[in-house]
Design a protein around this ligand. Structure first.
Ligand code: FMN
Length: 197
């Protein structure tokens, strides 16, 4: 049997009283049930992620990019990942600054890797956040996954850590089917030949 892909599930919000960890925990349960992944939940609130960036570009500096000591574990997790799920709320029709900062401190860590999205929020359910993330991740040479999950008005559509929609696990399975396929395909491709600039 082939080695399971390393999946990193990112909790994108760091707000006091946030709902993000509840969604991420359910996503991790669904990923475990899928059975294709070694799973790591990465909570951005646990790392030092300054808004001020170094002068150098993370794209060209590679391993010499001067990141803060408190970011080292985050970078190592991103480096090791074969696939990502970004769990994001919607803030003012986009995604939170915490997630943008974590993305911008890295470059090669995203390249030629698949990224899926699970969003939540008010009426829009995070769809603006995901549209923006898709754009940003294309710049980083990531591959965005078509199927994801969006939870509008989560405060009335979730109960006891679970979405009320009985179809939600099925949607998650579809997302993980696609993510697992891309994770294995791109891991093989990265091992065979360096990704072109
Ligand atoms: C600054 C801010 C802006 C928000 N803007 C939107 C928005 O544009 N669309 C939306 O659907 N929900 C919006 N919301 C509601 C959030 O999606 C909701 O509060 C969610 O719980 C935030 O995620 P968190 O609890 O993990 O921080 C906003 C919330 C905040 C704090």
């Amino acid at each position: 049997m082939s080695q399971p892909s390393k999946l990193v599930i990112v909790v994108g919000s760091v707000r006091e009283g946030r709902f993000g960890p509840v969604v991420a925990s359910w996503v991790a349960e669904q990923a475990t049930a899928h059975g294709s992944f070694d799973i790591e939940v990465v909570d951005l609130a646990e790392f030092e992620i300054p808004l001020s960036l170094p002068a150098a570009s993370p794209k060209y500096a590679g391993a010499t990019y001067p990141r803060p000591a408190g970011m080292a574990t985050l970078t190592a997790r991103f480096d090791a990942a074969d696939a990502f799920v970004l769990v994001t709320p919607e803030y003012n029709h986009s995604y939170p600054a915490s997630l943008k900062a974590a993305i911008d401190w890295h470059f090669t860590q995203w390249t030629a890797k698949p990224v899926a999205f699970v969003s939540y929020g008010g009426a829009a359910g995070g769809r603006h956040a995901v549209l923006h993330l898709e754009n940003v991740l294309t710049e980083l040479h990531a591959v965005t996954i078509r199927d994801g999950l969006a939870f509008p008005n989560y405060f009335v559509t979730w109960d006891a850590g679970q979405p009320a929609d009985p179809d939600a696990p099925g949607y998650a399975k579809t997302m993980f089917n696609q993510l697992a396929w891309w994770a294995a395909a791109l891991r093989k491709a990265r091992a065979e030949a360096p990704y072109p600039d």
